[in-house]
Unconditional design. Structure first.
Length: 564
């Protein structure tokens, strides 16, 4: 049923649009018990020719006559497109009037306060975007709930700042802050201040943003706000301002994470001097060493070898009493040395390290660099030096770990003969590890799995199976917890889990290589019947795809027997 007092120009609106508006409202009413009005924007030329307001409120009222009682109207953003068309067609005065009419309609319409406030905020944002800041402020003033009022003012202020009026923007932000501190419920005050800090940051007023951020009561939200501000300050080249902001972060770790991220970003854009300056401000020795090494490596890749060495030397500026950090710094410098081509100096420095575990590992890294640069003979000599360094390691776990690292490095360097020998040696030492704690159980299992998978990459299936089998342990022993929060657990569970996963991985690789018989032998070593059956089923599936249907049937029968 149409409204009786139809305006004289309403028939000019396309009939199909009117029908859509009413139909949409009626459909939404029947679905949700209320109405969502969303009509497509009419052609802008029609509006321009008539130079008259499109009376969407009248259309809505007409559609409302179809609502079930009690009706509820939700004023959705699609409606705003009508007024945007007026702006685009040049009728700014008419559009501004329509937006004011919309504000009055929303205030008077029967609806919940939350819906009204959301609608008013959207109208205010539209007014601000199209230049009617005074109208936007009047619309926000009509918002009832303090939190929505703060969000509305923040949005308007951000739009005004981006339009170039910094003075008015600061005044609006200041008004929003006062409302947040005085009227917003304490439960939501932190969220409102966090939003304002983000809006001011996006508006580019980083000094004011920091003032807002430090007022946020929640440490997590405060940290995030301050990090965003400091990152933008760094991007703008304001390193002193960024440092002042990071100094307000709760905890050195938060500052370190931010500085590290900033340094890495600057490295990516080739601003190595700035990146080095930022990284030098990191308090943690290890994090500083890691970040500076990353910068140095990127400089070396860019051909700036002298700059790479200067960056690496910054690592020495850490705490000289931190032996662990100093050792890591030394190893980092050695790797950079090798990366930029100073292999002789790198080897000399590596062999001066008193820690045989570290020495062997870093020599293996140097050998890979030599091999990739074409110095095969030099790589073999360096691998020999790395293996010699392991002779000084008395404990089985670190010795096996270093030999495994050397073997895997030799695979990378294209030296399978030496890799095979070192991996077998690593397996022999790892098998002798006595696991008295959960940590030792995990160490033994992880290094043997690492060895087995390296042997798989070379196609040494039998050796890989032997390494996986060595993961097994003494079932009778009870493993006491290494840490207070761990429950005592039998080593059988940890060993068999890792061993089973390793055998499954070996079998899958054999299947990929077409060695179905070998994969079946590997699957037979899996103790868990469900995992064993699953592996056999995958083998049978691959056999079927390869055309070996008889072999697939035999494998499936074995899988069935496993579960019986």
């Amino acid at each position: 049923m149409l409204v009786k007092n139809r305006p004289r120009f309403l028939p000019a609106v396309p009939h199909r649009w009117l029908a859509l508006a009413i139909g949409c409202a009626a459909t939404a009413a029947s679905t949700f018990g209320g109405a969502v009005f969303a009509a497509p924007s009419p052609d802008s030329q029609t509006l321009s020719a008539r130079q008259e307001s499109v009376l969407v409120p009248e259309l809505i009222r007409e559609a409302q006559s179809y609502f079930p009682k009690p009706g509820r109207l939700t004023y959705y953003p699609e409606v705003m497109e009508v007024w945007k068309v007026q702006y685009r067609s040049g009728d700014h005065k008419g559009a501004a009037k329509s937006l004011n009419d919309a504000r009055r309609y929303v205030v008077e319409a029967p609806n919940s306060p939350s819906n009204k406030d959301s609608m008013l905020r959207y109208i205010a944002e539209t007014q601000a975007r199209y230049g009617d800041v005074k109208g936007a402020r009047r619309t926000v003033d009509a918002v009832v709930r303090p939190l929505d009022k703060v969000l509305g003012l923040g949005t308007i202020a951000e739009i005004v700042a981006k339009a170039g009026d910094r003075k008015l923007s600061r005044r609006l932000f200041s008004d929003a802050q006062k409302i947040a501190l005085a009227n917003v419920n304490p439960v939501h005050r932190g969220n409102s201040l966090s939003y304002l800090a983000g809006a001011v940051t996006r508006a580019g007023d980083l000094t004011m943003a920091r003032e807002f951020a430090v007022m946020i009561p929640d440490d997590r939200s405060k940290s995030q706000a301050l990090k965003n501000i400091a990152y933008l300050q760094t991007e703008a080249g304001d390193l002193s301002g960024a440092k002042e902001t990071t100094d307000r972060l709760p905890g050195a770790n938060s500052r370190g994470v931010l500085l590290k991220r900033t340094a890495v970003a600057k490295t990516g854009t080739g601003e190595f001097d700035v990146a080095r300056q930022v990284a030098s401000a990191i308090e943690g020795t290890d994090e500083k060493a890691y970040t500076l090494t990353y910068i140095a490596e990127k400089q070396a890749e860019a051909g700036d070898f002298a700059g790479a060495w200067r960056t690496a030397e910054r690592i020495w500026e850490g705490d000289k009493s931190n032996a662990y950090g100093r050792r890591n710094a030394l190893l980092s410098i050695i790797r950079v040395h090798a990366r930029i081509g100073n292999v002789a100096d790198a080897k000399k420095a590596a062999q001066s390290v008193s820690d045989a575990w570290a020495c062997g590992s870093v020599l293996a890294s140097i050998a890979v660099i030599q091999a990739k640069s074409g110095d095969g003979g030099g790589a073999q000599r360096t691998f020999a030096d790395a293996k010699e360094a392991t002779d000084a390691i008395p404990e089985a776990f670190p010795k096996s770990a270093v030999l495994s690292a050397i073997g895997r490095a030799q695979i990378q360097a294209g030296l399978p003969g030496g890799a095979r020998e070192n991996l077998l040696s690593a397996c022999r030492f790892a098998a002798t590890i006595v696991a008295d704690t959960m940590e030792e159980v995990r160490n033994k299992a992880s290094v043997l799995r690492e060895i087995a998978m390296a042997q798989v990459r070379m196609g040494d299936w039998d050796a890989a199976r032997e390494s996986a089998a060595a993961i097994g342990g003494t079932r009778a022993r009870r493993i006491e917890p290494s840490f207070a929060n761990e429950e005592p657990i039998g080593d059988i569970y940890e060993y068999e889990r890792v061993r089973g996963e390793t055998f499954e991985s070996i079998a899958d690789e054999q299947v990929a290589a077409g060695d179905f018989a070998g994969a079946t032998r590997t699957a037979d070593a899996i103790l868990n019947p469900i995992h064993k059956a699953g592996t056999l089923c995958r083998i049978a599936q691959a056999q079927t795809k390869a055309g070996d249907t008889s072999g697939a049937k035999i494998t499936l029968d074995r899988a069935k027997q496993t579960t019986e």
